[in-house]
Design a protein around this ligand. Sequence first.
Ligand code: SF4
Length: 442
Amino acid sequence: MATLLPAPPKVGMVSLGCPKALVDSERILTQLRGDGYALSGDYAGADVVIVNTCGFLDSAKAESLEAIGEAMAANGRVIVTGCLGHEAETIRARFPAVLAITGPQQYEAVVDAVREAAPAPRSAYVDLVPDAGLKLTPRHYAYLKISEGCDHRCAFCIIPSLRGDLASRPPAAILREAAALVKGGARELLVIAQDTSAYGVDLRHAVSDLGGRPLRAHITDLARELGGLGAWVRLHYVYPYPHVDQLIALMAEGLVLPYLDIPFQHASPAVLRAMRRPANDAKVLERITRWRQIVPDLALRSTFVVGFPGETEADFQYLLDWLGEAQIDRAGCFKYEAVAGAAANELPGAVPEDIKEERWHRFMAAQTAISEGRLAARIGRVLPVLIDEIDADGGATGRSKYDAPEIDGNVLLRDAGGVAVGDIVEVLIEDADEADLYGVSA
Ligand code: SF4
């Protein structure tokens, strides 16, 4: 006789914040799915709802509180986790009936809270977790978090106080996860951490045994191994330490995508000093030139902050001139926003909002022109493109090696032909604007 299994409780998830928080949500859901829980796509069908919050900026906190309020109103059985979990009193004051509050990376505590709120029937007959875990990103790309926390103390940032000092994962565990992701269909691995290039510093770059081969806990060794798995490997949040030159060599070998996401934040030495930025080296421009000599199609993406306390017009002009020389392919720009608890709040020289606004527009105009020029230079080339979506109108949307999902641009194909999501196809680039490329299958 067949064993009848009771219907499992359903869990809803609202995931806010950065890719690192998204990975946390994936881990929580993977664990819960493994425990026999089902997932609910809406509040009404959920026995309990997890809200994974972001607490980085005040605006993100407000968004997180709003999301908790919405889940409370629609469902009422809510567990809060993530960065805002550190401010349990604030959450309790607004929503006293929240079932449990935990902080970032407290996967076990979240899972325990769910078990208590909606106990799942255990069954040895059920194993629903695919090797790659349960993912919130599409199957064909995946974020790979290699460490938590950060040893730096940038003046505008409260992440170290929320997430603690650098704690790198053992390289073998990362490689196991990466191999499972690739086996599960990932064509692209997006390597993330607060500071990817610092990977392994806390482990003193210890050497471990990888199937009889020595492996250092070091970003270059890890990137080389990841590059051998057969998927695209994209590096995010890299700081320009001298050893980044070794990553450029891996790009030249074709093991890692010719793409670097370096959060420069500014260029003026005075502002960088006030920001207390790591790897704050005046010779960065020379290094970018050298990198491009080795990997001519290297794409650089970055983020910048304008209106940091004390930023003068001369500092800002320095940034614009630097941008013109660095020719960064893609850049986001933020107007400085004070974050409760950040050291920068004590700095003199607050920049008035109208000046921040004006600088932001000047920055964006300069960067848009640069991005446009960099993209136009790709017209006429045939590029491999990873297909993300087949569009309703018969076209397809994908990305080249130079573009990360969500934050960079797309390659738009007029005619999808026989391509499917997750395929990597050769595309002749016919046109470009300031954000996207347009082409046809080659
Ligand atoms: S490097 Fe600076 S901005 Fe990035 S997480 Fe660390 S302290 Fe924050």
